[in-house]
Design a protein around this ligand. Sequence first.
Ligand code: BGC
Length: 915
Amino acid sequence: MKRTIKLFILLLIAVATSTVALAKTEVVKLVTEYHENPVGIDIQKPRFSWKLISNAENVMQTAYEIRVAGSKKDLSKKSKQIWNSGKVTSDKSVNVVYGGPALKSMQRVYWQVRVWDNKSNKAGSWSNPAFWETGILQPKLWTAEWITLPNEKKYNGKSRPAQYYRTGFAVAKKIKLARIYATSLGLYQLFLNGEKVSDQLFTPGWTSYNNRLQYQTYDVTPMLKKENAIGAILGDGWYRGNIGWGGQHSYYGDKLALLLQLKIDYTDGTSETIVTGKNWKVSNAGPVVESDIYNGELYDARLEMEGWSNTGFDDKKWKPVEVLNHPKDILVASQGVPVKAIEEIKPIKQITTPKGEMVFDMGQNMVGWLRIKLKGQKGDVVKIKFAEVLDKEGNFYTANLRSAKATDTYIFKDNNEVVYEPCFTFHGFRFVMLEGVAKAPAMDNITGVVIHSDMKPTGTFSCSEPLINQLQHNIQWGQKGNFLDVPTDCPQRDERLGWTGDAQVFSMTAAFNFDVAAFYTKWMKDIAADQLPDGKITHVVPDVLKGGGAATGWADVVAIIPWSVYNVYGDKRILETSYPAITKWVKYMANRAGDDYLWTGDPHFGDWLAFASNRSDYPGATTDKDLIATAYFYYTTNLTGKIASIIGKKSDADYYKEQAAKIKAAFNAEFVTTNGRLMSNTQTAYALALAFGLLPDDLVDKATKYFTDDVTKFKHLTTGFLGTPLLCKTLSAVGRDDLAFMLLNRKGYPSWLYPVTEGATTIWERWDGQKPDGSFQDTGMNSFNHYAYGAIGEWLYSYVAGINIDIEKPGYKHILLSPHAGGGLDSVSATFMSMYGEIKSAWKIDDDGMFVYTVEVPANTTATVTLPEAYSGSLKVNSEPATDELKAKATQNDNNLVVEIGSGRYEFKYPYEVR
Ligand code: BGC
């Protein structure tokens, strides 16, 4: 008995202390430049972010203090600190700029932060330390030399064998820290003593190689031994493989090369550097005989070189390398998000097609490759082919891959069982066909390795309609498949390029689903690097189309993505760094438009892939390209004015606003009748004019009527790449959620749900990629994994679920929670992991006709909640009638009740009339 009481008391104490502990505000999730403990960065004034967690409500940070030191233990020693911000009165916890002295190359420093909040006057405890480490900050510190294979055969239409490099070295002393800095012309994979150095794939990534070539930094301290061997494989990749159409290859150069520097710091204070140079050896007689992003890999196991990257390997037959003269001042630290193998999936069924093909269905259109266990005899050749869809008859269909062979080939060296996966290629596929295999392997022996940039998932959206949930799934998989170091249009055919238009329309949706801050920050630098001297932004970035550019709605990416990043992460720096490129682009447009402020006569993609019809009296919804170009000219000029004012360029801001006003007047005079009808009577034209704020106040209602009449008449969307992302947003903004939901819920072609009802697992490039009769759209352009139309995702999160940004306090510092019920949905739930913490917005209409809205607002943020069809009299908050205090702060805005809240979790409940 006594023992039970004792235990009970102990339990009470434990509960009590844990509650006290939880009630405190804690500082967690420290990141530097959006990365956790980044190694090898070259940003001189990195920015710090942290999150507060607290169980209390209405928590705001009131001050912070950051300290930086050379080691964890020196953080608390004043005299040893490199920088101490002192107590700064501020509620800023995102992107706080390091204010200490410039760091040296290859220096690691630790930082931690403590905060004060509005709940107590006392400083909180110091966070756990985090660190960042600089890379090689000056080109002259690259003592390594570029090395390459001498006398390589000329290109003869096929990928040339991968190149294997190696050297050995000894380590005599005790190691404190060892880092490899490495990059290549072509793709590389590194090995140390026979082990892979990293799980990063497709290094050094894809950038505007001639201007910016990334190197990666790896901590190899635990991998080193007394005797060591280091090895690297180089493959063609984007650098000299097939890229673009028409057999274009070797776009950046004809020679592969490796540049590597290993710095070892010893515990005795000395250090040593091992570098690529003449003492390395190279062979191109290894098993990777061909490797090409579009065409796949040819792996001949008979050529395997057992132990080639380990000590004790006999490299007598290998050749000495040749030193290549290639610049080093183009080297930059890698800043994006590394590509990795993120998940694995298993086939859902094996099929023998009518043609007799041995096919496996992975159940998901995915990007990556197959890891497969195979049995064979010496010399057997197994081919693994990839396809996104089966045709009408159920046969393997690859015509939409155009010239991409998308085939991995394995040649057996013995009679044995092997596990094979390729290294320098990837495929976009749901179906896999095996050739050269007598008996189908068990499904268990087959794994789909899904690769993409390792962005952290940040958003979830689900609702009571399974088809819409599948749409959300498809949008997310479209993003996974196409965020492979750069945002690509598609992952399967002979294209896979960083199309700027696709990326800009999808950027806000992308930023709901995954953390894309670092990913876009890196890509924007390539956009600027590839900008042409006259200001043109190229169609694809990195540009491999030889400088084509300046397409309206595509080139505007230069301003739109930085703006998205500013909105979502409150990142001002990307506005500052992109500003020169943005203004050059605006100037280009102004020059093309000339004195009349109308941008006319230039070629554009326009509202790409908009609805087309077979009816002789209605060819489809074609929106005049001059109208679109002038609309975007206005939008980007106006946006540039806003950006200028945010980054403190007052006179520029005034200038761009004036310019924008002139464009607006010209647009109205040229493209809008006095009755508010647009020259192109299309959904896209009205969506652009209304969403961009191009119309004078007195024409808004009239134009809205033409717009909504068109949607009502067709009962379906007619938009292409540029109109689609704005369509539902604009309908909701003009008060026509009903029409927006009608478009969302439509299941027939053209609609978002048509592909879903056809079994799609990703977003299609065309509204009718596969037609109801099973036939396909034109093979010239028919990707089944193209995220552009997935831009509807932004509307799902921001309107249907109601998570919105207040541009006055970007980065979700102040959140606008404003759900829109409708479309027959009973419930919707969304979460978003903001830089401050998780935001939740979930509503349901329960059986008693009550609207139940649950929200979560992270610490150090505030929110304005707009409750649809609500009145304070009948409102319950967290099961209690609304307090007088809340009522006093609430405002009735027509049928909506607007409530201001601080951080915490709230449930609002009130009788709701379903519209
Ligand atoms: C791409 C698109 C791109 C378009 C521009 C296509 O080949 O796949 O997504 O935006 O070209 O015309």
